[in-house]
Design a protein around this ligand. Structure first.
Ligand SMILES: *Cc1c(COP(=O)(O)O)cnc(C)c1O
Length: 295
């Protein structure tokens, strides 16, 4: 459905030339106009598995702005599968752009309270959903399962000579998949967008200093960085993941945490569909003169 050809784009800045570091961006945000970024890799083997099992409906979980919900709706639509999204929180966000689009692609939305949403991995809650919706193939929140991880092993280009690879971490599924596909002389850093998390193994570690207050939170400093980055590089970022990721990369380089003459790859995992909902929610009016608006 998506024939993946990695698109790698070099970026430049005064800082990078001063430090003698080469930074390239893996543009997963460009792999598909709607199913952007890492979410496709997490869905791919799950959708195949559902088909193999002869199940025609996917059920999954997410918040009202979830990139995973959006991607699942579009991918199921294209894959000839029905989809059900169990959405956390109240119905007031039911017409935001993420959920309106999901509905447009045929996803049936089922809103549950925050308390019920916490039960999403409990057997009795899942049986209640089975009674209500009939047979379905369940994909956990964020596509966080082994098949999701397996898909993410295919993100890195087969031939690559990067010393450092950076990705954003939510559930960590993408990070785990990539960590299985790096070479022994490569180092993977996951930038956590949530509070908490810790190191994995010596070749791959999670950095927890760049959550900016927690999931889907921000500071003015992050907003300013995002605007500057977008204007300088003509690459749009999302608020929840990639703005924090690129901020972290810049800061680690400026603090000499990355050796001179290194080659760095930063994975742009997409997520741009969430920006308009995020801007509405926080009443942000970003200054932007980027022309390469995707999707
Ligand atoms: C979901 C998402 C992530 C996080 O992926 P995980 O596998 O959950 O860690 C990173 N970036 C973007 C843009 C995302 O939508």
């Amino acid at each position: 459905m998506i024939h993946y050809t990695p698109i790698i784009q070099k970026i430049s800045s005064k800082l990078l030339s001063e430090k003698g570091i080469e930074v390239s961006v893996l543009r997963l945000d460009l792999i598909h106009p709607q199913i952007s970024g890492n979410k496709w890799f997490k869905l791919k083997y799950n959708l195949e598995e559902a088909k193999k099992k002869g199940v025609d409906t996917i059920l999954t979980f997410g918040g009202a702005f979830s990139n995973h919900i959006h991607a699942t709706a579009v991918a199921c639509n294209q894959f000839g599968l029905k989809s059900i999204g169990v959405i956390r929180g109240e119905q007031e966000s039911e017409n935001n752009s993420t959920l309106s689009e999901a509905r447009k692609y045929g996803m049936q939305l089922h809103f549950v309270s925050r308390e019920d949403y916490k039960r999403k991995n409990e057997e009795d809650f899942i049986s209640e959903l089975k009674n209500k919706f009939g047979k379905f193939y369940l994909i956990p929140e964020g596509g966080d399962n082994l098949l999701g991880e397996k898909g993410c092993e295919e993100i890195l280009p087969k031939e690559n000579d990067f010393d450092f690879i950076f990705c954003a971490c939510g559930t960590g599924t993408t990070f785990k998949g990539i960590s299985k596909s790096i070479k022994s002389n490569q180092k993977l850093y996951g930038i956590s967008v949530l509070k908490g998390e810790g190191p994995l193994n010596s070749n791959a570690s999670i950095i927890s200093d760049y959550h900016f207050g927690g999931y889907a939170k921000h500071t003015q400093q992050l907003l300013d960085f995002k605007t500057n980055f977008e204007n300088e590089n003509n690459i749009l970022l999302d608020y929840v993941y990639t703005a924090k990721l690129f901020f972290a990369v810049q800061e680690l380089i400026s603090k000499n945490r990355i050796a001179a003459n290194s080659k760095v790859l930063v994975i742009h995992s997409g997520g741009l569909q969430g920006n308009s909902g995020y801007e509405e929610r926080y009443r942000l009016r970003p200054m932007r003169n980027v022309n390469d608006i995707q999707g």
